[in-house]
Design a protein around this ligand. Sequence first.
Ligand code: GLN
Length: 318
Amino acid sequence: MIQNLLENLYEKYKNNNDGNVATYIPELANADIKDFGIAIVTSNGKVFEVGDSRKEFTIQSISKPFTYGEALKTFGEAKISSYVGVQPTDEAFNSIELEPITNRPFNPMINAGAISITGLLFEKYGDETMDIILSIYSKAAGRALSINNEVYKSEWKSGHRNRAISYLLVNFNMMTEQVEKVLDLYFKQCSISLNSVDLATIGATLANIGTNPITNEEVFDVSQVRHILSIMFGCGMYNNSGHWAHEVGLPAKSGVSGGILAAVNRQLGIATYSPPLDFFGNSVRGIKVYEDLSKELGLHVFDSMNEGSNFLRAIIEA
Ligand code: GLN
């Protein structure tokens, strides 16, 4: 049933050519607008996929929840909350703006927050930070991932807006002065290459309370999973997060290369890949697929058909 559904969705949206590929990172402008992949991995490790589900792309902002999760584990909530908030923002993901009064970035799902978090990890782990980050993503995906050097170099060359954000953070003592070292890490983590099945496996690891259901390796602890899913739910789709929560109702994270990751608590990891983006920087075909999947399978967190709700109802009625 799931496989048929995915095939139908692929056919339904493959000719939808709305949206534009990101060009502000020159290497991303080379993406093929026809690429379109969907993958689902269940919390007990079954894989369903369609289209270009094995085509590699860079993770971009989908890295942000996981680096945040690692920072929470390393430093604890109290310290992290003085460097980054958990509040959705109405501004774009790359906005050069901090919260009034606290001078923190609004949340760790936008560039300012992710850069601030990466700075904290760099201060603690120095040159080992990238290996730590790459190893977490690899464990969650269930295979050794690597960096796409062309995209990394392209980001490094063109990333002046992220430099502006970083110096604003330095100005408010929200980041070490070693801006280039931190940005190097940030650009590298955004340039980690994976495919839709890898991404859906990362989602399934979250859905399976932190244990990769295919390799059985424990990647995140329970409290990290709770924080990662919460921040994805509130802030994962940038300044369209409220609309997404209303229509799709799943914790999710998108990236500017065209990926969208979502998790259905205790049930599924889902990933889509299609490069053309809407005004907010979210994949157009990806959004369509999620809206349909959520309705067809009753995945919305507040949908009465949601299996989690049925399970709870069975307990309450027993
Ligand atoms: N690397 C990208 C940037 O810093 C990530 C942004 C995104 O995926 N929205 O701009």
